[in-house]
Design a protein around this ligand. Sequence first.
Ligand code: BES
Ligand code: MN
Ligand code: ZN
Length: 461
Amino acid sequence: MGDLGFASDTGAALPLYLVPKGGLADALSGADGGISAWAEAAGFSGKAGEALVVRGADGAATAALVGLGDATDRARRRFVLGGARAKLPKGTYHIANPGAAGADLDEAALGWLLAGYRFDRYKSQNGVEAELAAPDGIDAARIAAIASGEALTRDLINTPSSDMGPAELEAAARALAEEFGADIEVTTGQTLLEQNFPMIHAVGRASPREPRLIDITWGGEGPRLTLVGKGVCFDTGGLNLKPGSSMGLMKKDMGGAATVLGLARMIMATGAKIGLRVLIPAVENSVSGAAFRPQDVLTSRKGLTVEINNTDAEGRLVLADALAYAEEAGPDLIVSMATLTGAARVAVGPDLAPFYTDDDGHAARLAEAAAQVRDPVWRMPFWAPYETMIEPAIADLDNAPSGGFAGSITAALFLRRFVEATPYIHFDIFGWQPTAAPARPKGGVGQSARALFEALPDLLP
Ligand code: BES
Ligand code: MN
Ligand code: ZN
């Protein structure tokens, strides 16, 4: 993990000017004349992500400028300041014109911190870089909490399955719980059967790395929120083995778990008045003589029977038992996050997090919060006419309708069968940045957690 805090020593911080495209004169209206002359001589135009370092006679940096682009650029690209961080020389900066047209200080500050993220667990060195004084007028502690929640998510996803099996995911959850004084209970292996989590056990039993259900609870006050995250630590597809090209990224199939843990960190670190619970079914979907098979019929915790038509549709099975268990305790809201379907990726690509809810108010609030914090989500329908697609011949439910039409929707409808009377939001996330972008290196990435964190006070009673 890189340095994800604001500068602590801001005494000699250099001024950093945010410059919208074509807005040089306005942006520098309070600046020293030498800076304006330098910027003009350099032909600095304020293009998105453009950086300019102003130097004194001795060659040392005395100020910096970063271009914000125009409104169209900013709609297309998030975290422009974060993207420019690596172009600035080592040193501490402070934003000298926080009122710059088009500048969103929360986004600027968060992008800066997230650009400091490195997955360096397997690297021997770690460089020091430009630092930023927390801008006035933002809630710096909240932004830092969001950044470290996001960094936790990235670290968990990026860690290869060899070091991130169900036991290691449990260890990460335990470390988080301990840091914030949360309670944690874990049900493992055969005990899953005794405690009636048959589908979590069935999906995970082929692996020598035992399946488990991780259960964190924190905070006594306020409305009760339960987060459920898919923790498939590696998804081979099971007996319906994935081809190599599809299996390549499947260390990230615990992306839902990683994202709910990152969100839990944001909630706990900011001391939100929420009674929080996090449930993570953690398994490896593996291949062995003990594996569950196509055409097996499983009886879920809830009692609904499920015909297995594809062992690669395993996420909905482990989530189903966790969702049923979540509802038994009567929370005010249940949210699931899961790298559930390839169909969601085909539909919306890697950036957008599709979500499902029956509550139009929740959907509107989430969309608004997502735009505000630049964590894009997109509503999809729990389309009731497709319910028949998940009702096969010999059991209550089919885990993998043939034909594959509307794959993300039918997966969401499957999950909804296990939440009867509690407000429910489901995110079908990707959890992976395929090519580097500002503040997001290639690799694991959180999706929808920041949007949900922002909207939460309005989603809970
Ligand atoms: N983990 C995958 C879904 C996935 C694949 C997410 C690629 C992101 C990228 C999931 O377990 C899966 O394999 N789903 C199948 C379901 C199908 C067999 C009904 C899928 O989407 O193909
Ligand atoms: Mn699968
Ligand atoms: Zn999966």
